[in-house]
Design a protein around this ligand. Structure first.
Ligand code: F6R
Length: 588
């Protein structure tokens, strides 16, 4: 949710920040902007829309200066206009700021500054930041001291980069992502490492309220401790190539195709951490899984598997609702947070609520060094590699695989679980092959003009139906809704009209009852699509996937991811950048 990027070093900053910004545009693409300091002037260029398509590009690359900041926006405060795009500068033009997050006390701050004669030119909360710094500078403090004083008084969650006209950069992170890349005589600041991995793999993961000062060298001052601190430099263990599209038209398809590899990698995962976390689940009195969106459907699948394989009861709750259930948590409770990015604000709030009640927190996350990982007592890394498309695919199936392994370990059969995953990766190669994709495209052709698509599943296939509906609506904008098979007759049957598509996930112990539901909707004129190991005369269209037992949810979602991709293309939607969405939802 908004991407920020900063550079200070020995090279021309402009092409570097533009490149970094393009890599971050999956975090928000309402507007963009860059600011470069040169000869005591900050040159700012910004506009509504995406930087990728900006007509100003050739001029931008020529801006001189070796320090710059950049921003790609997902609008929170203020409309999508050029005026509201970051960077925002102070009234005297000597300070520019880019910002991800929300400044909660910006209205009071704005009022105060207006009383001091400051003028405002946008509707954003961001604009108060450079002006607060200028206010302190007018009182005699230098840029760094003024920034320190200003940042101490900002309430909310944010990551901020402030640039002065001499090229000094000050940055701070508070409950929003910001990492530092360390190169040779140069530094990078970004919302995530994908933005600078081409330049360096040496990274500093900041702690809360760390203020980075880049003025020649780099120093870190912690605003809570009121002292300079040292943070270790870590090495990123994946390649720049993994964060690139390569020969694929879209990251969405690339990431769908990577799933066989990801599942194989998880089958070889370090069993020690699986055993440790299963141990925590065994010890706990009350286990709750919290997550948002796609990760919440993965969590729901976890419930079915923990019950069936491990005979263990766990609860799950969407993270944004969890605080309303926190009252019965105590020091024996365990909260498992599942989040690809590890930066989702609602998920972080849920674990903080849990911790405030003394509960233990473990997490399943894809991003090493993320806030979630650092705030958890223990973490399992998903190892799905960077997920760039806004819609989650490989991160979802990797979450299913990890939750499955935990359930197997709880039942004392981890070896069996890992073997099943190994088998599965072969099936996934087939399911993502060109032939399989062509076949699913035939279905997309039939569904592309429908207004509604309904999906039905039972047991672990219910979350599969929910996730498939989520994927279809996110990228194709067709209204898609999932129901537990048994619920149809309690209301949703009223929606059936002639030709309404129903996608039915049938397999294993739920097969018979699911087929019954399919018969009911077919009898009322529905167009029935079956996904599962066995064809049935009730299906008007059938996608065969092999029976993968407890991991059926992994194989059955893959044709649905492909279906959503094909629907997006046929309907002229951008599969990598769905409207109004952004990767990593860092605001509540
Ligand atoms: C859907 C999607 C979102 C995320 C949700 C949680 O395709 O990507 O629904 O799953 O915003 O994100 P994480 O997993 O990063 O916490």
């Amino acid at each position: 949710m908004c991407g920020i990027f900063g550079y200070k070093g020995r090279r021309n900053a402009s092409p570097i920040v533009i490149e970094g910004l393009k890599k971050l545009d999956y975090r928000g693409y309402d507007s963009w902007g860059i600011g470069i300091a040169h000869e005591d002037v900050i040159h700012i260029k910004k506009d509504a829309g995406r930087i990728e398509v900006s007509r100003e590009m050739p001029d931008l690359e020529k801006l001189p200066g070796t320090a710059g900041i950049a921003h790609t926006r997902w609008a929170t405060h203020g409309h999508v206009t050029k005026e509201n795009a970051n960077p925002h500068s102070s009234n005297n033009g000597k300070i520019a700021v880019v910002h991800n997050g929300i400044i909660e006390n910006f209205q009071e701050q704005k009022q105060f500054l207006a009383g001091q004669g400051f003028k405002f030119y946008s509707e954003t909360d961001t604009e108060t930041i450079p002006n607060t710094i200028e206010y302190h500078m007018r009182r005699g403090y230098d840029f760094i001291e003024a920034a320190k004083r200003s940042l101490k008084h900002l309430e909310g969650q944010y990551a901020i980069l402030a640039l002065d006209s001499e090229g000094k950069i000050v940055a701070v992170r508070k409950e929003a992502p910001l990492v530092v890349g360390v190169g040779k005589d140069e530094y990078f600041l970004a919302s995530d490492v994908t933005a600078f991995i081409d330049h360096t793999k040496d990274v500093i993961f900041l702690e809360e309220n760390d203020m980075v000062i880049i003025d020649g060298g780099l120093k870190i001052f912690n605003l809570d401790k009121n002292a300079f601190v040292k943070r270790p430099v870590s090495k990123i263990d994946w390649d720049a190539e993994q964060a690139k599209k390569g020969n694929f038209d879209h990251f969405y398809l690339k990431e769908i195709m990577e799933q066989a590899e990801v599942i194989e990698r998880i089958s070889n995962t370090d069993q020690k951490i699986i055993k440790e976390i299963a141990g925590e689940i065994r010890k706990a009195k009350g286990v709750y899984i919290v997550a948002c969106g796609t990760a919440s459907y993965a969590s729901m699948y976890g419930l079915y598997l923990f019950s069936k394989i491990a005979k263990t009861h766990v609860n799950s709750c969407v993270a944004s609702e969890f605080q309303y259930f926190k009252h019965f948590l105590n020091s024996k409770s365990l909260v498992i947070a599942v989040s690809q990015s590890g930066e989702t604000a609602d998920t972080l709030s849920a674990i903080r609520a849990a911790k405030s009640m003394g509960a233990k927190v473990v997490s399943i996350t894809n991003v090493n060094g993320s806030s979630l990982m650092r705030e958890s007592d223990k973490s399992i890394l998903q190892k799905a590699g960077p997920e760039i498309a806004v819609n989650s695919t490989k991160a979802y199936t990797s979450q299913l695989a990890i939750l499955g392994l935990l359930a197997y370990e709880l039942s004392g059969k981890l070896g069996e679980g890992t073997e099943e995953l190994k088998e599965l990766s072969r099936e996934i190669y087939y399911l993502t092959s060109e032939n399989a994709r062509k076949f699913v495209k035939e279905l997309a052709e039939k569904l592309k003009d429908k207004e509604h698509i309904y999906l039905i599943g039972r047991g672990p296939q219910y979350p599969t139906a929910l996730e498939a509906a989520h994927k279809i609506k996110e990228v194709s904008y067709i209204h898609a809704e999932a129901f537990a098979g048994g619920e149809l007759k309690h209301g949703p049957n009223a929606l059936i009209t002639k030709g309404t598509p129903y996608i039915v996930f049938s397999s294993g112990e739920t097969e018979k009852e699911t087929i019954n539901s399919a018969m009911e909707v077919k009898a009322r004129g529905a167009f029935v699509v079956g996904v599962g190991p066995k064809n049935n005369e009730v299906f008007d269209f059938f996608i065969k996937v092999r029976d993968a037992g407890d991991f059926n949810s992994i194989v059955q979602i893959i044709p649905m991811q492909i279906l959503s991709y094909q629907l997006a293309l046929l309907r002229g939607c951008d599969p990598d950048r769905p409207r109004n969405l952004a990767k990593s939802v860092t605001v509540k």
